[in-house]
Design a protein around this ligand. Structure first.
Ligand code: PEP
Length: 255
């Protein structure tokens, strides 16, 4: 199965949780539990935690990422953080287009594309989030919508940069709600994403692309989701704050 061609990646999204002191404590609890992982492990932490968590994770197999970035290097963008600032700190992974950024902070497909392009051009790996609202699923437009989100986000990404992109399929109705897409639903939409990437860059590129599922993935449902052909990893919110649960998901992805 082509699944063997792509690295499994489990990324925690800590969202707006943990002060720097609490963040160090959490990463120190997670470190020994995932030390034997046979997959890539990432923790995306709040900006203010990056420095201390990078230090605490330096002797571990955990990559540290940010949860957003701006598309300019510097300038009059109050409150924003640029890819250049992140890479200068040693942060090489960033989430872009999370549904909470789209829903609460005005991110659009166009700004997500700009953020992803800026991150990738700065040498970072971008975790691009796409996914539908419940009403859109009920309308039967999930596949077209997700394909469009992917196409817009990737429009400036060159073929040789595709290895710096991970796509996370995150149905908005499943994020933080305890509702999880069934393994079949997750696989079906991740398959649509892979076919979309194949249409843009060719089948070989699509076969090598890591596509994650995110949306209430937990210790109990991870193995079934991760066993699906097109699900190569997970973007984990709530469970990433619980060391044993996060480690169980990492273990499921390591099989
Ligand atoms: C997320 O924040 O990307 C996410 C999937 O959250 P949760 O796992 O809590 O649903």
């Amino acid at each position: 199965m082509n699944k063997a061609l792509r690295p499994a990646v489990i990324a925690g999204n800590w969202k707006m949780n943990k002060t720097p002191g609490e963040a160090v404590q959490l990463i120190n609890e997670i470190k020994p539990l995932v030390a034997d992982a046979a997959c890539t492990v990432i923790a995306c932490v709040p900006f203010v935690d990056l420095q201390v968590v990078l230090g605490a994770a330096a002797d571990s197999n955990i990559r540290i990422g940010a949860q957003n970035c701006h598309f300019e290097d510097h300038g009059a963008f109050t409150g924003e953080i640029s890819p250049a600032m992140l890479t200068a700190m040693g942060v090489n992974v960033v989430i872009v287009g999370h549904s909470e950024r789209r829903t609460y902070f005005g991110d659009t497909d166009e700004t997500v594309a700009k953020r992803l392009t800026a991150a990738v051009n700065a040498g970072m790996t971008g975790i691009l989030c796409v996914g539908e609202y419940l009403e859109q699923r009920q309308q039967g437009i999930t596949d077209e919508l997700v394909a469009m989100q992917v196409k817009i986000a990737l429009k400036e990404i060159k073929p040789e940069q595709l290895g710096q992109v991970i796509i996370a399929y995150e149905p908005v109705w499943a994020i933080g709600t305890g509702l999880t897409a069934t393994a079949e639903q997750a696989n079906q939409v991740c398959g649509v994403i892979r076919a979309t990437v194949a249409g843009l860059y060719g089948q070989a590129a699509a076969d090598h692309m890591t596509i994650q599922y995110g949306g209430s993935m937990n210790a109990g449902n991870a193995a079934e989701l991760l066993a699906m052909e097109h699900v190569d990893g997970g973007l984990i919110g709530g469970a990433s704050l619980k060391p044993n649960d996060f480690a169980a998901i990492v273990a499921a992805a390591s099989k």
